[in-house]
Design a protein around this ligand. Structure first.
Ligand code: FAD
Ligand code: SF4
Length: 487
Protein backbone atom coordinates (compact mmCIF):
# COMPACT_ATOMS: atom_id res chain seq x y z
CA UNK A 1 0.00 0.00 0.00
CA UNK A 2 1.21 3.51 -0.76
CA UNK A 3 0.72 5.76 2.28
CA UNK A 4 -1.89 4.41 4.78
CA UNK A 5 -2.87 8.00 5.61
CA UNK A 6 -2.48 9.43 2.11
CA UNK A 7 -6.19 9.81 1.48
CA UNK A 8 -6.62 11.50 4.88
CA UNK A 9 -3.74 13.94 4.45
CA UNK A 10 -4.10 14.96 0.81
CA UNK A 11 -7.05 16.17 -1.24
CA UNK A 12 -7.51 15.49 -4.94
CA UNK A 13 -5.44 17.77 -7.17
CA UNK A 14 -5.50 17.47 -10.97
CA UNK A 15 -3.26 18.64 -13.83
CA UNK A 16 -3.20 22.44 -14.31
CA UNK A 17 -4.43 23.87 -17.60
CA UNK A 18 -2.82 26.80 -19.39
CA UNK A 19 -4.92 30.03 -19.31
CA UNK A 20 -7.61 30.03 -21.99
CA UNK A 21 -6.38 33.20 -23.74
CA UNK A 22 -2.88 31.70 -24.00
CA UNK A 23 -3.82 28.20 -25.19
CA UNK A 24 -6.28 29.49 -27.81
CA UNK A 25 -3.32 31.09 -29.60
CA UNK A 26 -1.71 27.71 -30.31
CA UNK A 27 -2.62 24.04 -30.86
CA UNK A 28 -0.46 22.51 -28.15
CA UNK A 29 -1.95 20.37 -25.39
CA UNK A 30 -3.93 22.45 -22.93
CA UNK A 31 -2.05 21.33 -19.80
CA UNK A 32 0.91 23.16 -18.27
CA UNK A 33 3.90 21.01 -19.19
CA UNK A 34 5.61 19.51 -16.15
CA UNK A 35 2.89 20.60 -13.71
CA UNK A 36 1.89 17.08 -12.71
CA UNK A 37 5.16 15.52 -11.63
CA UNK A 38 5.66 17.64 -8.46
CA UNK A 39 2.19 16.65 -7.13
CA UNK A 40 1.75 13.13 -8.46
CA UNK A 41 3.52 11.19 -5.71
CA UNK A 42 1.11 12.67 -3.12
CA UNK A 43 -1.83 12.00 -5.40
CA UNK A 44 -0.79 8.36 -5.85
CA UNK A 45 -0.48 8.08 -2.06
CA UNK A 46 -4.27 8.57 -1.82
CA UNK A 47 -4.78 5.04 -3.23
CA UNK A 48 -6.04 2.77 -0.42
CA UNK A 49 -4.93 -0.50 -2.09
CA UNK A 50 -8.43 -1.86 -1.47
CA UNK A 51 -8.90 -5.58 -0.89
CA UNK A 52 -11.10 -5.65 -3.97
CA UNK A 53 -9.81 -2.92 -6.30
CA UNK A 54 -12.97 -1.99 -8.21
CA UNK A 55 -10.87 0.30 -10.41
CA UNK A 56 -9.50 -2.89 -12.10
CA UNK A 57 -13.02 -3.67 -13.24
CA UNK A 58 -13.70 -0.07 -14.19
CA UNK A 59 -10.73 -0.14 -16.57
CA UNK A 60 -11.41 -2.29 -19.65
CA UNK A 61 -7.69 -3.08 -19.78
CA UNK A 62 -7.71 -4.33 -16.20
CA UNK A 63 -4.84 -1.93 -15.47
CA UNK A 64 -3.02 -2.86 -12.23
CA UNK A 65 -3.79 0.51 -10.72
CA UNK A 66 -2.96 0.03 -6.99
CA UNK A 67 0.36 -1.60 -7.96
CA UNK A 68 1.56 1.31 -10.07
CA UNK A 69 0.10 3.87 -7.65
CA UNK A 70 2.39 2.37 -5.01
CA UNK A 71 5.46 2.64 -7.25
CA UNK A 72 4.52 6.20 -8.26
CA UNK A 73 4.16 7.14 -4.58
CA UNK A 74 7.70 5.77 -3.99
CA UNK A 75 8.91 7.49 -7.20
CA UNK A 76 10.13 4.18 -8.55
CA UNK A 77 9.20 5.20 -12.10
CA UNK A 78 10.85 2.29 -13.81
CA UNK A 79 8.88 -0.33 -11.82
CA UNK A 80 5.71 1.74 -12.27
CA UNK A 81 6.22 1.77 -16.04
CA UNK A 82 6.80 -1.99 -16.13
CA UNK A 83 3.48 -2.61 -14.26
CA UNK A 84 1.65 -0.13 -16.47
CA UNK A 85 2.88 -1.75 -19.68
CA UNK A 86 1.90 -5.20 -18.40
CA UNK A 87 -1.68 -4.41 -19.43
CA UNK A 88 -1.56 -1.31 -21.64
CA UNK A 89 0.43 -0.86 -24.84
CA UNK A 90 -0.17 2.87 -25.09
CA UNK A 91 -0.71 4.56 -21.71
CA UNK A 92 0.29 7.93 -23.19
CA UNK A 93 -2.92 7.77 -25.27
CA UNK A 94 -5.26 6.64 -22.50
CA UNK A 95 -3.54 8.83 -19.89
CA UNK A 96 -4.47 11.84 -22.04
CA UNK A 97 -7.75 10.80 -23.66
CA UNK A 98 -9.55 8.21 -21.55
CA UNK A 99 -12.74 9.31 -19.77
CA UNK A 100 -11.34 7.30 -16.84
CA UNK A 101 -14.13 4.89 -15.92
CA UNK A 102 -11.59 3.58 -13.36
CA UNK A 103 -12.02 6.80 -11.38
CA UNK A 104 -15.82 6.34 -11.34
CA UNK A 105 -15.19 2.90 -9.81
CA UNK A 106 -12.53 4.04 -7.27
CA UNK A 107 -13.59 3.02 -3.75
CA UNK A 108 -12.39 6.36 -2.37
CA UNK A 109 -14.97 7.93 -4.69
CA UNK A 110 -17.82 6.58 -2.55
CA UNK A 111 -17.45 9.46 -0.12
CA UNK A 112 -14.45 11.52 -1.33
CA UNK A 113 -13.05 12.71 -4.65
CA UNK A 114 -11.43 9.63 -6.28
CA UNK A 115 -7.72 9.05 -6.86
CA UNK A 116 -6.43 10.89 -9.97
CA UNK A 117 -5.68 7.56 -11.66
CA UNK A 118 -5.50 8.95 -15.19
CA UNK A 119 -3.03 11.68 -14.14
CA UNK A 120 -0.84 9.10 -12.39
CA UNK A 121 -0.93 6.96 -15.53
CA UNK A 122 0.20 9.78 -17.83
CA UNK A 123 2.91 10.87 -15.37
CA UNK A 124 4.38 7.36 -15.28
CA UNK A 125 4.52 7.00 -19.04
CA UNK A 126 5.80 10.53 -19.70
CA UNK A 127 8.59 9.93 -17.19
CA UNK A 128 9.34 6.56 -18.81
CA UNK A 129 9.80 8.17 -22.23
CA UNK A 130 11.90 10.94 -20.70
CA UNK A 131 14.26 8.50 -18.98
CA UNK A 132 14.52 6.13 -21.96
CA UNK A 133 12.60 3.35 -20.21
CA UNK A 134 10.38 2.66 -23.24
CA UNK A 135 12.69 0.52 -25.33
CA UNK A 136 11.71 -1.65 -28.32
CA UNK A 137 10.94 -5.26 -27.31
CA UNK A 138 11.80 -7.26 -30.40
CA UNK A 139 10.90 -10.97 -30.24
CA UNK A 140 13.71 -13.43 -29.50
CA UNK A 141 12.65 -15.74 -32.33
CA UNK A 142 10.23 -15.55 -35.26
CA UNK A 143 7.33 -17.95 -35.66
CA UNK A 144 7.45 -17.94 -39.45
CA UNK A 145 3.74 -16.92 -39.49
CA UNK A 146 2.44 -13.75 -41.11
CA UNK A 147 -0.42 -11.46 -40.05
CA UNK A 148 -2.03 -8.50 -41.84
CA UNK A 149 -3.75 -5.86 -39.70
CA UNK A 150 -6.26 -3.67 -41.53
CA UNK A 151 -6.44 -0.23 -39.91
CA UNK A 152 -3.93 1.61 -37.74
CA UNK A 153 -6.10 3.08 -34.97
CA UNK A 154 -5.51 2.05 -31.35
CA UNK A 155 -7.07 -1.40 -31.90
CA UNK A 156 -4.89 -2.19 -34.93
CA UNK A 157 -1.74 -0.84 -33.29
CA UNK A 158 -2.31 -2.81 -30.08
CA UNK A 159 -2.98 -6.04 -31.99
CA UNK A 160 0.06 -5.45 -34.21
CA UNK A 161 2.39 -4.76 -31.29
CA UNK A 162 1.23 -7.83 -29.36
CA UNK A 163 1.53 -10.14 -32.38
CA UNK A 164 4.94 -8.77 -33.40
CA UNK A 165 6.25 -9.30 -29.88
CA UNK A 166 4.88 -12.87 -30.00
CA UNK A 167 7.19 -13.49 -32.96
CA UNK A 168 4.81 -13.19 -35.91
CA UNK A 169 5.63 -11.06 -38.95
CA UNK A 170 3.03 -8.30 -38.97
CA UNK A 171 2.12 -5.71 -41.60
CA UNK A 172 -0.37 -2.92 -40.85
CA UNK A 173 -2.39 -1.66 -43.84
CA UNK A 174 -3.82 1.85 -43.54
CA UNK A 175 -5.82 3.70 -46.18
CA UNK A 176 -4.90 7.15 -44.83
CA UNK A 177 -1.55 8.76 -45.55
CA UNK A 178 -0.43 8.49 -41.93
CA UNK A 179 -0.69 5.92 -39.17
CA UNK A 180 -2.94 6.40 -36.13
CA UNK A 181 -6.63 6.19 -37.13
CA UNK A 182 -8.80 8.57 -35.12
CA UNK A 183 -5.85 9.30 -32.81
CA UNK A 184 -4.19 10.97 -35.80
CA UNK A 185 -7.03 12.53 -37.75
CA UNK A 186 -10.01 12.74 -35.38
CA UNK A 187 -8.59 13.86 -32.05
CA UNK A 188 -7.18 17.40 -32.23
CA UNK A 189 -3.60 18.30 -31.39
CA UNK A 190 -4.73 20.25 -28.29
CA UNK A 191 -6.05 17.01 -26.77
CA UNK A 192 -3.05 14.91 -27.79
CA UNK A 193 0.02 16.11 -29.66
CA UNK A 194 0.80 13.73 -32.52
CA UNK A 195 4.44 13.35 -31.49
CA UNK A 196 3.15 10.77 -29.00
CA UNK A 197 1.94 8.56 -31.88
CA UNK A 198 5.10 9.10 -33.91
CA UNK A 199 7.46 7.85 -31.22
CA UNK A 200 5.30 4.74 -30.59
CA UNK A 201 5.42 3.96 -34.30
CA UNK A 202 9.22 4.26 -34.20
CA UNK A 203 9.24 1.79 -31.30
CA UNK A 204 6.96 -0.60 -33.22
CA UNK A 205 9.10 -0.34 -36.38
CA UNK A 206 12.19 -1.16 -34.32
CA UNK A 207 10.36 -4.23 -32.97
CA UNK A 208 9.67 -5.37 -36.53
CA UNK A 209 6.09 -4.23 -37.33
CA UNK A 210 5.78 -3.06 -40.93
CA UNK A 211 3.47 -0.22 -41.97
CA UNK A 212 1.84 0.25 -45.39
CA UNK A 213 -0.03 3.54 -45.72
CA UNK A 214 -2.24 4.71 -48.59
CA UNK A 215 -3.67 1.21 -49.25
CA UNK A 216 -7.39 0.63 -48.77
CA UNK A 217 -8.22 -3.04 -48.48
CA UNK A 218 -11.23 -3.78 -50.64
CA UNK A 219 -10.43 -0.98 -53.11
CA UNK A 220 -6.67 -0.90 -53.72
CA UNK A 221 -6.08 -4.52 -52.75
CA UNK A 222 -8.82 -7.15 -52.76
CA UNK A 223 -9.56 -8.70 -49.38
CA UNK A 224 -9.37 -12.15 -50.97
CA UNK A 225 -5.85 -11.42 -52.30
CA UNK A 226 -4.75 -10.22 -48.87
CA UNK A 227 -6.07 -13.42 -47.33
CA UNK A 228 -3.99 -15.54 -49.73
CA UNK A 229 -0.83 -13.66 -48.73
CA UNK A 230 -1.16 -13.91 -44.93
CA UNK A 231 -1.73 -16.69 -42.42
CA UNK A 232 -4.18 -14.55 -40.39
CA UNK A 233 -5.88 -11.18 -40.61
CA UNK A 234 -7.09 -8.68 -38.00
CA UNK A 235 -9.70 -6.22 -39.19
CA UNK A 236 -9.38 -3.03 -37.12
CA UNK A 237 -11.00 -0.72 -39.63
CA UNK A 238 -13.06 1.31 -37.14
CA UNK A 239 -16.69 2.41 -37.36
CA UNK A 240 -16.22 5.32 -39.70
CA UNK A 241 -19.68 5.63 -41.28
CA UNK A 242 -21.09 8.85 -39.83
CA UNK A 243 -24.76 9.35 -38.91
CA UNK A 244 -26.34 12.03 -41.12
CA UNK A 245 -29.09 14.59 -40.60
CA UNK A 246 -31.55 14.25 -43.48
CA UNK A 247 -33.50 17.50 -43.01
CA UNK A 248 -34.38 20.11 -45.68
CA UNK A 249 -31.35 22.23 -46.56
CA UNK A 250 -28.77 19.54 -45.67
CA UNK A 251 -27.33 19.95 -49.20
CA UNK A 252 -26.32 23.61 -48.59
CA UNK A 253 -22.65 24.55 -48.68
CA UNK A 254 -21.04 24.92 -45.25
CA UNK A 255 -22.57 21.80 -43.64
CA UNK A 256 -20.02 19.06 -43.01
CA UNK A 257 -19.59 15.87 -41.11
CA UNK A 258 -17.23 16.40 -38.13
CA UNK A 259 -14.84 13.93 -39.72
CA UNK A 260 -14.72 16.05 -42.88
CA UNK A 261 -13.83 19.11 -40.79
CA UNK A 262 -11.51 17.88 -38.00
CA UNK A 263 -8.89 16.00 -40.07
CA UNK A 264 -8.16 19.15 -42.11
CA UNK A 265 -7.22 21.07 -38.95
CA UNK A 266 -4.95 18.17 -37.95
CA UNK A 267 -3.39 18.21 -41.40
CA UNK A 268 -2.47 21.88 -40.94
CA UNK A 269 -0.56 20.85 -37.81
CA UNK A 270 1.16 18.08 -39.81
CA UNK A 271 2.32 20.75 -42.28
CA UNK A 272 0.16 19.58 -45.23
CA UNK A 273 -1.70 22.92 -45.54
CA UNK A 274 -0.86 26.47 -44.55
CA UNK A 275 -4.55 27.17 -43.84
CA UNK A 276 -7.40 24.66 -43.44
CA UNK A 277 -9.59 24.26 -46.57
CA UNK A 278 -12.64 24.41 -44.26
CA UNK A 279 -12.30 27.04 -41.55
CA UNK A 280 -14.45 28.54 -38.81
CA UNK A 281 -12.66 31.89 -39.02
CA UNK A 282 -15.11 34.77 -38.61
CA UNK A 283 -18.15 32.46 -38.83
CA UNK A 284 -21.07 31.63 -36.61
CA UNK A 285 -20.43 27.94 -36.00
CA UNK A 286 -23.03 25.37 -34.97
CA UNK A 287 -21.93 21.95 -33.78
CA UNK A 288 -24.73 19.38 -33.77
CA UNK A 289 -24.06 16.66 -31.21
CA UNK A 290 -23.03 16.96 -27.58
CA UNK A 291 -20.36 14.24 -27.28
CA UNK A 292 -16.55 14.10 -27.51
CA UNK A 293 -16.51 14.61 -31.27
CA UNK A 294 -18.68 17.70 -30.87
CA UNK A 295 -16.39 19.07 -28.15
CA UNK A 296 -13.42 18.58 -30.48
CA UNK A 297 -15.22 20.66 -33.14
CA UNK A 298 -15.88 23.37 -30.52
CA UNK A 299 -12.19 23.59 -29.50
CA UNK A 300 -11.07 23.56 -33.14
CA UNK A 301 -13.51 26.33 -34.12
CA UNK A 302 -12.32 28.51 -31.20
CA UNK A 303 -8.70 28.15 -32.31
CA UNK A 304 -9.63 29.03 -35.91
CA UNK A 305 -11.21 32.31 -34.72
CA UNK A 306 -14.96 31.62 -34.98
CA UNK A 307 -17.31 34.58 -34.42
CA UNK A 308 -19.44 32.36 -32.17
CA UNK A 309 -19.71 28.65 -31.36
CA UNK A 310 -22.94 26.94 -30.33
CA UNK A 311 -23.28 23.24 -29.58
CA UNK A 312 -26.71 21.64 -29.88
CA UNK A 313 -27.82 18.44 -28.16
CA UNK A 314 -31.15 16.70 -28.57
CA UNK A 315 -31.02 15.04 -25.12
CA UNK A 316 -31.65 16.91 -21.86
CA UNK A 317 -28.69 18.36 -19.94
CA UNK A 318 -27.11 15.55 -17.84
CA UNK A 319 -26.95 15.81 -14.05
CA UNK A 320 -23.95 17.34 -12.28
CA UNK A 321 -23.89 14.54 -9.70
CA UNK A 322 -24.23 10.77 -9.88
CA UNK A 323 -27.83 9.55 -9.44
CA UNK A 324 -27.40 6.85 -6.78
CA UNK A 325 -30.48 4.96 -7.97
CA UNK A 326 -30.10 4.84 -11.75
CA UNK A 327 -26.28 5.17 -11.90
CA UNK A 328 -24.95 3.88 -8.59
CA UNK A 329 -21.26 3.59 -7.73
CA UNK A 330 -19.18 1.93 -9.26
CA UNK A 331 -20.87 2.34 -12.68
CA UNK A 332 -19.71 5.03 -15.10
CA UNK A 333 -22.33 7.79 -14.77
CA UNK A 334 -23.45 10.05 -17.61
CA UNK A 335 -22.68 13.47 -16.08
CA UNK A 336 -22.55 17.05 -17.31
CA UNK A 337 -18.96 17.42 -18.52
CA UNK A 338 -17.00 20.62 -18.92
CA UNK A 339 -14.21 19.63 -21.29
CA UNK A 340 -11.23 21.87 -21.99
CA UNK A 341 -13.02 23.02 -25.17
CA UNK A 342 -16.07 24.08 -23.15
CA UNK A 343 -13.89 26.05 -20.71
CA UNK A 344 -12.77 28.06 -23.73
CA UNK A 345 -16.19 29.52 -24.50
CA UNK A 346 -19.27 28.99 -26.62
CA UNK A 347 -22.81 28.11 -25.70
CA UNK A 348 -24.44 24.71 -25.19
CA UNK A 349 -28.15 24.25 -25.86
CA UNK A 350 -29.86 21.04 -24.72
CA UNK A 351 -33.21 19.44 -25.64
CA UNK A 352 -33.33 20.91 -29.15
CA UNK A 353 -33.75 19.34 -32.57
CA UNK A 354 -32.85 20.82 -35.96
CA UNK A 355 -35.85 21.09 -38.29
CA UNK A 356 -34.15 22.58 -41.37
CA UNK A 357 -31.36 24.79 -42.73
CA UNK A 358 -31.81 28.03 -44.66
CA UNK A 359 -29.26 29.38 -47.14
CA UNK A 360 -28.50 32.48 -49.21
CA UNK A 361 -28.92 32.84 -52.97
CA UNK A 362 -25.45 31.28 -53.53
CA UNK A 363 -26.44 28.11 -51.69
CA UNK A 364 -24.40 28.79 -48.53
CA UNK A 365 -25.98 27.91 -45.20
CA UNK A 366 -26.96 31.00 -43.17
CA UNK A 367 -29.52 29.87 -40.60
CA UNK A 368 -30.36 26.76 -38.61
CA UNK A 369 -34.00 26.31 -37.58
CA UNK A 370 -34.65 24.36 -34.41
CA UNK A 371 -37.37 23.42 -32.00
CA UNK A 372 -37.22 22.46 -28.36
CA UNK A 373 -38.09 18.84 -27.60
CA UNK A 374 -39.32 16.96 -24.55
CA UNK A 375 -39.92 13.33 -23.65
CA UNK A 376 -43.60 12.38 -23.99
CA UNK A 377 -44.37 8.70 -23.43
CA UNK A 378 -40.69 7.88 -23.85
CA UNK A 379 -40.33 9.66 -27.21
CA UNK A 380 -38.60 12.97 -27.92
CA UNK A 381 -41.39 15.20 -29.16
CA UNK A 382 -41.26 18.82 -30.49
CA UNK A 383 -42.69 21.44 -28.12
CA UNK A 384 -45.20 23.58 -30.04
CA UNK A 385 -44.37 27.29 -30.23
CA UNK A 386 -40.61 26.87 -29.50
CA UNK A 387 -39.37 27.07 -33.11
CA UNK A 388 -36.61 29.63 -33.72
CA UNK A 389 -33.61 30.19 -35.95
CA UNK A 390 -29.98 30.85 -35.10
CA UNK A 391 -27.18 32.13 -37.38
CA UNK A 392 -25.15 29.28 -38.90
CA UNK A 393 -22.36 29.83 -41.40
CA UNK A 394 -20.48 26.63 -40.65
CA UNK A 395 -22.30 23.56 -39.35
CA UNK A 396 -20.56 20.37 -38.23
CA UNK A 397 -22.47 17.15 -37.67
CA UNK A 398 -21.14 15.16 -34.72
CA UNK A 399 -23.98 12.73 -34.14
CA UNK A 400 -22.07 9.49 -33.89
CA UNK A 401 -21.18 6.64 -36.22
CA UNK A 402 -23.33 3.82 -37.48
CA UNK A 403 -20.72 1.16 -38.21
CA UNK A 404 -17.82 0.06 -40.33
CA UNK A 405 -17.41 1.26 -43.94
CA UNK A 406 -19.47 -0.92 -46.32
CA UNK A 407 -18.57 1.06 -49.47
CA UNK A 408 -15.03 -0.19 -50.01
CA UNK A 409 -16.02 -3.84 -50.40
CA UNK A 410 -14.00 -5.18 -47.45
CA UNK A 411 -17.00 -6.75 -45.71
CA UNK A 412 -18.47 -8.34 -48.87
CA UNK A 413 -15.16 -9.55 -50.32
CA UNK A 414 -14.33 -11.43 -47.12
CA UNK A 415 -17.97 -12.61 -46.89
CA UNK A 416 -18.28 -11.34 -43.31
CA UNK A 417 -21.44 -11.66 -41.24
CA UNK A 418 -22.66 -8.63 -39.33
CA UNK A 419 -24.35 -8.63 -35.92
CA UNK A 420 -27.78 -7.14 -35.19
CA UNK A 421 -26.19 -3.70 -34.63
CA UNK A 422 -24.44 -3.74 -38.03
CA UNK A 423 -20.95 -4.39 -36.65
CA UNK A 424 -18.73 -7.24 -37.82
CA UNK A 425 -19.80 -10.34 -35.87
CA UNK A 426 -17.18 -12.36 -33.96
CA UNK A 427 -16.94 -15.31 -31.59
CA UNK A 428 -15.49 -15.41 -28.07
CA UNK A 429 -11.96 -15.42 -29.57
CA UNK A 430 -12.68 -12.31 -31.73
CA UNK A 431 -12.75 -14.51 -34.86
CA UNK A 432 -15.28 -13.63 -37.57
CA UNK A 433 -17.30 -16.23 -39.44
CA UNK A 434 -14.26 -16.61 -41.76
CA UNK A 435 -11.55 -18.81 -40.18
CA UNK A 436 -8.31 -16.88 -39.63
CA UNK A 437 -10.01 -13.47 -39.98
CA UNK A 438 -10.38 -11.61 -36.70
CA UNK A 439 -11.95 -8.26 -35.80
CA UNK A 440 -11.05 -5.75 -33.07
CA UNK A 441 -12.04 -2.25 -31.98
CA UNK A 442 -14.90 -0.11 -33.25
CA UNK A 443 -15.34 -2.35 -36.34
CA UNK A 444 -16.62 -5.13 -34.08
CA UNK A 445 -17.78 -3.25 -30.97
CA UNK A 446 -19.30 -0.21 -32.65
CA UNK A 447 -18.32 3.38 -31.88
CA UNK A 448 -16.52 3.30 -28.54
CA UNK A 449 -13.40 4.46 -26.72
CA UNK A 450 -9.64 4.23 -27.09
CA UNK A 451 -9.28 2.12 -23.97
CA UNK A 452 -11.76 -0.43 -25.35
CA UNK A 453 -9.98 -0.40 -28.72
CA UNK A 454 -6.64 -1.23 -27.07
CA UNK A 455 -8.30 -3.92 -24.92
CA UNK A 456 -9.91 -5.42 -28.03
CA UNK A 457 -6.64 -5.29 -29.98
CA UNK A 458 -4.83 -7.13 -27.19
CA UNK A 459 -7.59 -9.72 -26.84
CA UNK A 460 -7.89 -10.34 -30.59
CA UNK A 461 -4.08 -10.75 -30.74
CA UNK A 462 -4.35 -13.61 -28.26
CA UNK A 463 -7.04 -15.23 -30.43
CA UNK A 464 -4.81 -14.94 -33.50
CA UNK A 465 -1.78 -16.27 -31.62
CA UNK A 466 -3.79 -19.31 -30.52
CA UNK A 467 -5.03 -19.82 -34.08
CA UNK A 468 -1.47 -19.73 -35.43
CA UNK A 469 0.38 -21.67 -32.75
CA UNK A 470 -2.22 -23.62 -30.78
CA UNK A 471 -1.66 -21.64 -27.55
CA UNK A 472 -0.82 -18.17 -26.31
CA UNK A 473 0.87 -16.36 -23.45
CA UNK A 474 -0.59 -13.01 -24.51
CA UNK A 475 -2.75 -11.02 -22.08
CA UNK A 476 -6.41 -10.82 -23.16
CA UNK A 477 -8.29 -8.41 -20.90
CA UNK A 478 -11.80 -8.76 -22.35
CA UNK A 479 -14.30 -10.87 -24.24
CA UNK A 480 -16.23 -9.38 -27.17
CA UNK A 481 -19.44 -9.10 -25.15
CA UNK A 482 -17.88 -7.30 -22.17
CA UNK A 483 -19.47 -3.96 -21.42
CA UNK A 484 -18.02 -3.57 -17.96
CA UNK A 485 -19.57 -0.84 -15.86
CA UNK A 486 -21.52 0.37 -18.88
CA UNK A 487 -18.86 2.42 -20.74
C1 FAD B 1 -13.44 13.22 -33.15
C2 FAD B 1 -13.34 12.05 -32.21
C3 FAD B 1 -12.83 12.25 -30.94
C4 FAD B 1 -12.73 11.18 -30.06
N1 FAD B 1 -12.20 11.42 -28.83
C5 FAD B 1 -12.04 10.38 -27.98
C6 FAD B 1 -11.46 10.60 -26.70
O1 FAD B 1 -11.13 11.72 -26.32
N2 FAD B 1 -11.30 9.52 -25.89
C7 FAD B 1 -11.66 8.25 -26.27
O2 FAD B 1 -11.45 7.30 -25.51
N3 FAD B 1 -12.21 8.03 -27.49
C8 FAD B 1 -12.41 9.06 -28.34
N4 FAD B 1 -12.97 8.83 -29.56
C9 FAD B 1 -13.28 7.43 -29.96
C10 FAD B 1 -12.00 6.69 -30.36
O3 FAD B 1 -11.18 7.52 -31.14
C11 FAD B 1 -12.32 5.40 -31.10
O4 FAD B 1 -13.17 4.60 -30.30
C12 FAD B 1 -11.05 4.60 -31.42
O5 FAD B 1 -10.14 5.37 -32.18
C13 FAD B 1 -11.40 3.31 -32.18
O6 FAD B 1 -10.21 2.68 -32.53
P1 FAD B 1 -10.13 1.66 -33.77
O7 FAD B 1 -8.70 1.26 -33.85
O8 FAD B 1 -11.15 0.62 -33.62
O9 FAD B 1 -10.57 2.50 -35.05
P2 FAD B 1 -10.07 3.90 -35.71
O10 FAD B 1 -9.29 4.73 -34.75
O11 FAD B 1 -11.27 4.47 -36.32
O12 FAD B 1 -9.06 3.41 -36.83
C14 FAD B 1 -9.50 2.68 -37.95
C15 FAD B 1 -8.51 2.86 -39.08
O13 FAD B 1 -8.78 1.95 -40.10
C16 FAD B 1 -8.56 2.57 -41.35
N5 FAD B 1 -9.30 1.81 -42.35
C17 FAD B 1 -10.65 1.67 -42.44
N6 FAD B 1 -10.96 0.86 -43.47
C18 FAD B 1 -9.79 0.48 -44.04
C19 FAD B 1 -9.48 -0.35 -45.15
N7 FAD B 1 -10.43 -0.95 -45.86
N8 FAD B 1 -8.17 -0.50 -45.48
C20 FAD B 1 -7.19 0.13 -44.76
N9 FAD B 1 -7.45 0.93 -43.71
C21 FAD B 1 -8.72 1.10 -43.35
C22 FAD B 1 -9.08 3.97 -41.13
O14 FAD B 1 -8.54 4.87 -42.08
C23 FAD B 1 -8.59 4.25 -39.71
O15 FAD B 1 -7.30 4.82 -39.73
C24 FAD B 1 -13.13 9.89 -30.46
C25 FAD B 1 -13.68 9.69 -31.73
C26 FAD B 1 -13.78 10.76 -32.60
C27 FAD B 1 -14.39 10.55 -33.96
S1 SF4 C 1 -6.89 3.29 -19.33
FE1 SF4 C 1 -8.62 4.64 -18.70
S2 SF4 C 1 -9.84 3.35 -17.34
FE2 SF4 C 1 -7.83 2.34 -17.52
S3 SF4 C 1 -6.58 3.15 -15.80
FE3 SF4 C 1 -6.19 4.49 -17.55
S4 SF4 C 1 -7.64 6.20 -17.34
FE4 SF4 C 1 -8.38 4.51 -16.03
Amino acid sequence: MADPKGFLNHGREVAKSRPVDVRLKDWNEVYVPGSLLPIISKQASRCMDCGIPFCHNGCPLGNLIPEWNDFAYREDWSAASERLHATNNFPEFTGRLCPAPCESACVLGINQPPVTIKNVEVSIIDKAWETGDVAPQAPERLSGKTVAVIGSGPAGLAAAQQLTRAGHTVAVYERADRIGGLLRYGIPEFKMEKRHINRRIEQMRAEGTRFRTGIEIGRDLKATDLKKRYDAIVIAAGATTARDLPVPGRELKGIYQAMEYLPLANKVQEGDFVAPPITAEGKHVIVIGGGDTGADCVGTAHRQGAASVTQLEIMPRPNDERNPVSQPWPTFPMLYKVTSAHEEGGERIYSVSTTHFEGDEDGNVQWLHLTEVEFIEGRLTPKPGTERKIPAQLVTLAMGFTGTDRENGLVDQFGLELDERGNIARDADFQTNVPGVYVAGDAGRGQSLIVWAIAEGRSAARGVDRFLTGGSELHAPIRPTDRSLMV
